[in-house]
Every structure is written in structure tokens, then in C-alpha cells.
Design a protein around this ligand. Structure first.
Ligand SMILES: [Zn+2]
Ligand SMILES: [Zn+2]
Length: 475
């Protein structure tokens, strides 16, 4: 009773605290309101930023464009996306979506929109020094010489119509070998020479260089081009290093010998930097941590990873840029070497929406010395926009700098050592891991396994051999 009475007829002190409570509540409401307004403003700022793409003011920046995993499917019609994943080999037709959707490769409509908007970005950044196409130009269900060549030519013709005088460097992907499965065809040298006839005019280089690039490419699928007196572009055929590929030691050894020799020559030039790129990346499979968790799935043969690490580690001072693709996601790794050298190692996102969502392309920014300053990512949520009756277009998604550095934080180059520091940050920051994976999940439907710890993730990103991974995980 007493308690009830006190409750119904509060004393003076109670009255006073009730007033206080009211003011506290009002203050609380105000704080909530202000926080809400702030959040809305911040969101609006982000949206505006995406739309205006205002972050492109790098003084004296050099720009280059990156396309990966285009997977051109010229047999898709203009109204439906298709996939050939059913057992009968019949095409599964999805709902009408000319720009494509998950489970479907790039249609002509999507490719046209992509290259047109890629060009529009170049108009904003300033001319691309070159364009990289990091393999898998050919669609997932395109098999045989003629259809594969048709895919390749579609891509080549479109890119060169928008960028007639920009050097275009491409690397061979596992789908660019005319076989749907991981298999090097018996007619491989014939195929290499056909594809080089198609793609090499885009290199825009001297006759001498063209000749030597053609020579190595037509035999093995790799080549080097002296882009300028300060940059060599080295295109690897990493398909032969793949765990799943039927390559011989002869193929493998020839490429490592050539890589070693080429990097030696570059080093002897004193002022030459190297851009290294290839389709299948040398790493523990990270595409899907569920798979990684059960068997440390290596994308390359373990022996090839060790040989690669050893070579690039010795030349890490001149390898300023290295790009891979194939995983259909964007991510980064630190290429560590037993001899101490680090290289940066970027996985570039795909144009094809087939496996993980939004078609994407990227733009790299370097300084005059080819030190990487930033990577800008653009994507187009084609499926959602089509469903909402909007015409798909590309949006500025994020920049590597903006994503990973604090405001006004200074750095001179995104190199291996810096990337190592960034991966450590992910582990050390309380929310670092969540922020990092949230981006991957939101944009590419990344299947993040919640019980994988930040530290385990760090090990996968910094160790690409199973021995290295074991040592890291036991620490
Ligand atoms: Zn691919
Ligand atoms: Zn691939």
C-alpha cells in the first residue's frame, strides 16, 4: 500500500525528479532527433558523393582503366539473360532483363553500357594511360574456337571503338582457352596465335616489341610490353599454374624462367617499374570462406606459388602494381616472399554479373613514378534497377583510399608493406573486420562465414601457401 501511495502521490523530491525526468526525456529526444538528422545528412552526403563522383582530383595523377571477367555471351538475346547451367545443356531463360542478372554472363546490352560508361569516367578523370583486361573475355558456356573468337572480337571491337588510341593489355583467363572446363586444348599454340592476331593490334607498340610479344604469346600465352621508358607491363598466363589445369612442367618452367629473366632486365634498366598481371591469382581460395575453412583451397599448385613468391619477392622494389581477377569479387592480398619482399596484390571485380552480383569496373591512379595512389571502383546494380523499371547505369562505389585510410592520413604509395599494415589494422580495429566484410557482402553477395575470426582472415590475406597459413594460424 505504502509503495502504491508513494507512487500515486509523489513527494516534492519526487515531483522535482519528475521534472528532471521530463527535461532529460526532452534532451534525449533532441539527441535522437539530431543523431537522426546527422545520419540522414551523412547518408545524403554519401549518395551525392556517389552521384557527383567528386573525388577525382589527384594532382598530376595518371589513370588507367581495369576490366575483368567480362564473360561475353553473344548468344544472349536482347530481352532475356540466360545461363547454361542445366544438365541438358538447354538455356535457362530468366525473367526479362536485357542488362543481365545473377547466373547470367554479359549480354551485348550490358557490355555496350559498360564500355560507354567506362569512357564517360575517362572523360572525368583524364585520359587512361592504358586499359587492362584481366582475362575471361569469353562467356562461361561458350565452347570451341569460333564461338570463343567471336566473344573475344566483340569485346575487342567495342573497347577499340571507344578507346581507339589507348593501349589495351589483356591476360588470358581460364575461359579464354576455348574449353569450358579447366583444360589446355591440344591445339593451344594455334589458338594462341589466333587470339593474338585478334587482340595484339590494341597494344599500340613498336614493331619490334610487337614481334617479341607475339613470339612468347603464341607459344606460351604470356608477353611483355614496354609501355613507356618508365613502365613495363608483364602479362602472365597464370592458368598454367592453376591447381585444376592440365599444364606440363615444361609450360610452367618456361614461364617462371621468362618472368625471372624479364624482371632482371627491367631491374637493369634502373628507372623501370613493372606492372604484373594475370587472371588466376596465387592465393588460398578466399572467394568463399566456407570452402576455405574445410580444405585450404589453393588456386595455384603449391609448388608454383612458392616459385612465384620467390621470384617476385626478389623484385618487389620494381613491381609497383599487380592485379589478378577470376574470383569475381574485389579484394586485396599481400604477396609475401620468404626473402622478405612484399608486393601489393589486388583482385579486381568482374563485369559479368554471373556469380556475385553487380557488374563493376575500376580505375587506378598512380603518381608519375607509377606508385599506386588509389583504386576507384564503380558498379551497376543492374538486376535491382531493372526490377525497379530504371535504366541501369554505373555508380561510383568507393575508393580504396577512402575505404581504408583515415581522413587526411598521408601515404606515399599503396605498396606491399602498406597493404600488410592495412590487413593488420583489420585485425586490430574492433569493427574493422565487420566494416570490411560488410562492404563485400553488400556489393558482391560475399558469403562470409561469421565464425571466421578477423585474425584468420588476416592469415588468409597475407599467406598464400598452406605452410605459411598453418604457421600464421598457430600464432
Ligand atoms: Zn571469370
Ligand atoms: Zn576465371
Amino acid at each position: 500500500m505504502l509503495l502504491e501511495f508513494q507512487g500515486e502521490h509523489p513527494n516534492d523530491e519526487g515531483l522535482c525528479s519528475s521534472q528532471q525526468r521530463k527535461s532529460v526525456a526532452a534532451l534525449g529526444l533532441l539527441i535522437i532527433l539530431l543523431t537522426g538528422l546527422l545520419l540522414v545528412a551523412r547518408y545524403q552526403f554519401r549518395i551525392n558523393k556517389q552521384l557527383t563522383n567528386s573525388d577525382l582530383n589527384y594532382e598530376n595523377g595518371r589513370y588507367f582503366g581495369v576490366l575483368a571477367d567480362i564473360h561475353m555471351d553473344q548468344y544472349q538475346n536482347d530481352t532475356h539473360c540466360r545461363n547454361g547451367d542445366d544438365v541438358e545443356g538447354e538455356w535457362v531463360v530468366h525473367y526479362p532483363t536485357p542488362y543481365g542478372a545473377k547466373l547470367c554472363d554479359s549480354s551485348s546490352t550490358l557490355l555496350n553500357m559498360t564500355i560507354r560508361e567506362f569512357k564517360e569516367i575517362e572523360d572525368k578523370t583524364g585520359p587512361f594511360e592504358f586499359i587492362l583486361i584481366i582475362g575471361d573475355l569469353v562467356g562461361h558456356w561458350i565452347e570451341g574456337i569460333e564461338p570463343s573468337l567471336e566473344s573475344v572480337n566483340k569485346v575487342r571491337n567495342l573497347v577499340s571503338s571507344y578507346f581507339p588510341s589507348t593501349p589495351v593489355y589483356f591476360a588470358l583467363g581460364n575461359h579464354d582457352l576455348t574449353t569450358v572446363h579447366y583444360r589446355i586444348p591440344e591445339y593451344v599454340e594455334r589458338w594462341y596465335s589466333m587470339i593474338s592476331t585478334s587482340l595484339f593490334p590494341g597494344l599500340h607498340t613498336t614493331e619490334f616489341q610487337l614481334l617479341s610479344a607475339t613470339k612468347t604469346f603464341n607459344k606460351h600465352g604470356f608477353y611483355k610490353v614496354e609501355h613507356s621508358s618508365s613502365l613495363w607491363v608483364v602479362a602472365l598466363n597464370t592458368n598454367v599454374f592453376s591447381n585444376s589445369m592440365n599444364a606440363t612442367e615444361e609450360d610452367i618452367g618456361a614461364q617462371f624462367d621468362w618472368l625471372n629473366e624479364t624482371l632482371h632486365q627491367a631491374e637493369n634498366q634502373k628507372s623501370v617499374s613493372v606492372l604484373l598481371f594475370g587472371h588466376i591469382p596465387p592465393e588460398i581460395e578466399f572467394l568463399d570462406l566456407v570452402r576455405w575453412d574445410s580444405n585450404k583451397n589453393m588456386t595455384w599448385k603449391p609448388d608454383c606459388v612458392a616459385r612465384f613468391n620467390d621470384i617476385v619477392g626478389r623484385f618487389s622494389n620494381i613491381i609497383k602494381l599487380s592485379f589478378f581477377a577470376h574470383q569475381h569479387t574485389d579484394n586485396w592480398y599481400v604477396g609475401k616472399s620468404p626473402n622478405g619482399g612484399y608486393i601489393n596484390h589486388f583482385l579486381m571485380p568482374p563485369v559479368s554479373p554471373v556469380s556475385r552480383g553487380h557488374p563493376s569496373f575500376s580505375v587506378g591512379v598512380t603518381n608519375g613514378g607509377w606508385d599506386l595512389l588509389d583504386l576507384l571502383y564503380y558498379h551497376s546494380p543492374v538486376e535491382q534497377l531493372t526490377r525497379a523499371d530504371q535504366t541501369p547505369r554505373y555508380f561510383y562505389q568507393y575508393s580504396f583510399k577512402e575505404q581504408n585510410f583515415h581522413f587526411n592520413e598521408k601515404y606515399s604509395a599503396i605498396d606491399g608493406a602498406l597493404m600488410d599494415g592495412l590487413t593488420k589494422r583489420i585485425v586490430d580495429f574492433e569493427d574493422g573486420m565487420e566494416t570490411y566484410t560488410a562492404r563485400l557482402m553488400n556489393t558482391y553477395q560475399f558469403r562470409y562465414k561469421p565464425h571466421v575470426s578477423a585474425y584468420e582472415m588476416y592469415c588468409v590475406m597475407t599467406e598464400n601457401t598452406s605452410e605459411g597459413l598453418d604457421v600464421c594460424l598457430k600464432k
